[in-house]
Design a protein around this ligand. Structure first.
Ligand SMILES: Cc1ncc(C[n+]2csc(CCOP(=O)(O)OP(=O)(O)O)c2C)c(N)n1
Length: 641
């Protein structure tokens, strides 16, 4: 039984019959110990069963398919050589941990993957003793693994600690902060670089080129082993001779074997090895486990391995939605953003676009093809992306940095220090703002209103439909000339309303009412309208105001509506703590307006996974809950917070 935030949400089912007889070997794996009895040929068959299971299961639930197909052999080999959970493995990003979950007693939960109350799509300490560190955001694995290994050494324990990270993760700056520490630390780690030459899109940058070069040296590992074996056979005699010989061997190694960046940093490089060859993997992992020093194993894998559509288009199959009879291929907010930015960039030659390894997700693919000189994929480097944009702005450009809300958290200091304090015209296109759903707590975009609101010079806009997004983007890029963020949700949900011309700092009264006013923005405008419809059935007449500009908000309209209705409710697709509700509440208090005030939003706790509709209901941010609250406020059952 699993606990999330103190609530029982998921029960590990023990129904072995759920795993069909198709999975003859897989159905017998209940713990990793079962792997240790297998022959090589059985392991190969097991890998193919795991692939079949992944393809069939993930196409029903949706999830990260291609990355998991690529690490099947690696994960089986790791669980064979390591003794988990005593040995610890940190999975970078964690989207590739499905095979690990399958092998650690969670296969029966896969029909609930990423669903409300079901198995998480990322490692979760609260889900299993085999998950030693929660991940979701990229490039944290080395730091976390080094912390765990250091704690082990201080406590005098002897278990192994490994980090598995992709070549994409290696574009993130935290990895280099960690490597700097790992290289001088005495704590032994096993680093496993899963190199498939892909981030979500094709990996980019100088480090990626460097790895490509290493990747092609397939014979390096074998020749290194031959030379090592030869050197090890040279006998060492007395103390002085031994020291001398060790120095000679070290020099021979340096002369004969090319060293890598990692060797130069004090981390022994083993590889590259074929990540789909079980015997090679077992061999190199055993060697790494035996070693007294920190090693890095460079594993070459193919993203999407074993499923042709995913091998041919790993970007499309990185994360997939459940297969439905008629998958809706119409535009979403990201696509509308991308198209509008292209239209604007055609006219305004100063517009540049920046992404942190997400050209597809943020809708910038067309821009990247049409405006090559003004497009920058900087890798998984949100901090760099923002400061780089600040530099472009100093050079007279109008940079638009498109980043998902939850990943923008990485660049908090850069937005304050490099953009806001210098009052630079950088446009933040905050995609996936608000609840994102299935990816869960690490990916919810619920904090950007709070953390951007308190930054000096920062303005925040929030559209409730595609037309508003286009208007706001045009304003942000062509007219505004200081820091500005446009936040828009994941998906396609839109409010049908008459679109007035966008006026910075001006709210729209979407619907009139005399008993209460709901002040809201973005996705929640639809919720407010529905809540007003429900409340009307109870005889309560509710006004709805869409802020459009969250910061600075329209004080005049808010004061008028509060004075007229005497009951103010705010709803936001973000956390209440530090949100616009709190700020509007404080503002009303400062003006001594006599009214009730209630702020609705997400609570101060990790917000779990599930679909957005279910989560809205669970957290009381759905239309019915809002209507009930408004009704009880107007009837006087609820008083001021
Ligand atoms: C800080 C951050 N930015 C962006 C992402 C989105 N993201 C998820 S996986 C991924 C690519 C990771 O590539 P790699 O590490 O090579 O793993 P692979 O999927 O290729 O196995 C990206 C950019 C993220 N998880 N974290």
């Amino acid at each position: 039984m699993l606990l999330f935030g103190g609530k029982v949400l998921f029960c590990v089912l023990q129904k072995e019959e759920k795993i069909s007889v198709m999975y003859e070997l897989l159905s017998n794996i209940r713990t990793p110990a079962d792997l240790k009895k297998m022959s090589l040929s059985e392991m190969d068959r097991l890998c193919s069963e795991i692939r079949d299971f992944l393809i069939s299961s993930v196409s029903k639930t949706g999830g990260h398919l291609a990355s998991n197909l690529g690490v099947v052999e690696l994960t089986v080999a790791m669980h064979t050589v390591f003794d988990m959970p005593e040995d610890k493995v940190v999975w970078d990003v964690g989207h590739q941990s499905y095979v690990h979950k399958i092998l650690t007693g969670r296969i029966d939960g896969f029909d609930t993957l990423r669903q409300f109350g079901g198995l998480s799509g990322f490692p979760k300490r609260s889900e299993s003793i085999y998950d030693c560190f929660d991940t979701g955001h990229s490039s944290t694995s080395l730091s976390a693994a080094l912390g765990i290994a250091t704690a082990r050494d201080i406590a005098g324990d002897t278990y192994d600690v490994a980090a598995v990270f992709g070549d994409g993760a290696l574009t993130g700056g935290m990895m280099y902060e960690a490597l700097n520490h790992v290289g001088r630390s005495k704590s032994k780690l096993i680093l496993i670089l899963n190199d498939n030459e892909m981030s979500i899109s094709r990996n980019v940058g100088a480090i990626s080129n460097y790895l490509r070069n290493l990747r092609s040296k397939q014979s390096y590992y074998k020749s290194k082993q031959v030379i090592e074996n030869m050197l090890n056979k040279i006998p060492v005699g007395g103390k002085t001779t031994a020291r001398l010989l060790r120095a000679v061997k070290r020099n021979i190694r340096r002369m004969v074997l090319p060293t890598t960046l990692f060797d130069d940093l004090g981390i022994e490089y083993l590889g590259p090895v074929d990540g789909h060859d079980m015997s090679t993997l077992l061999n190199v992992l055993k060697r790494a486990k035996k070693s007294k020093k920190t090693v890095i194993i460079h594993v070459n894998t193919k993203k999407g391995k074993g499923y042709l559509p995913a091998e041919e288009n790993p970007q499309k199959f990185h994360g997939i939605s459940p297969v439905k009879p008629h998958n809706d291929v119409s535009d979403d907010y990201s696509a509308v953003f991308g198209k509008k930015l292209c239209a604007l960039a055609g006219e305004n030659k100063k517009i540049a676009a920046i992404t942190g390894a997400m050209p597809l997700g943020t809708g910038l693919e067309e821009f990247s093809a049409r405006f090559k000189q003004r497009f920058f994929d900087v890798g998984i480097a949100e901090q760099h992306a923002v400061t780089f944009a600040a530099g472009l702005a100093c050079g007279g450009y109008a940079p638009v940095v498109a980043i998902y809300s939850s990943f923008l958290q990485r660049a908090y200091d850069q937005i304050i220090h490099d953009v806001c304090l210098q009052n630079l015209h950088v446009v933040l296109a905050v995609d996936r703002a608000g609840l994102v759903g299935a990816d869960g707590e690490t990916h919810q975009g619920l904090y950007d209103i709070a953390f951007l609101s308190h930054m000096p010079n920062m303005s925040i806009l929030s559209p409730c439909n595609f037309a508003e997004l286009e208007q706001m983007l045009e304003y942000a890029v062509n007219i505004h000339n200081t820091p500005i963020a446009v936040r828009y949700p994941r998906g396609k949900a839109q409010v049908k309303c008459e679109n007035t011309a966008f006026e910075f700092g001006k709210a729209d009264i979407i619907r009139n009412g005399k008993d209460a006013v709901i002040i809201t923005a973005g996705r929640m405008v639809a919720t407010a309208i529905k809540a007003a419809d429900i409340a009307l059935k109870y005889g309560i007449d509710v006004q709805v105001v869409s802020l459009k500009t969250i910061k600075p908000f329209d004080e005049e309209t808010i004061l008028e509506c509060a004075a007229a209705t005497r009951n103010v409710i705010t709803i936001e697709d973000g956390v209440c703590a530090g949100g616009f509700g709190e700020r509007i509440g404080a503002f009303l208090k400062s003006k001594d307006i006599s009214c009730t005030f209630h702020a609705i939003g997400f609570p101060d706790e990790p917000i779990i996974h599930g679909n957005v509709t279910e989560l809205d209901v669970y957290y009381g941010v759905d239309a019915k809950s809002v209507a009930d609250l408004v009704t009880s406020i107007v009837r006087g059952d609820k008083h001021d917070k």
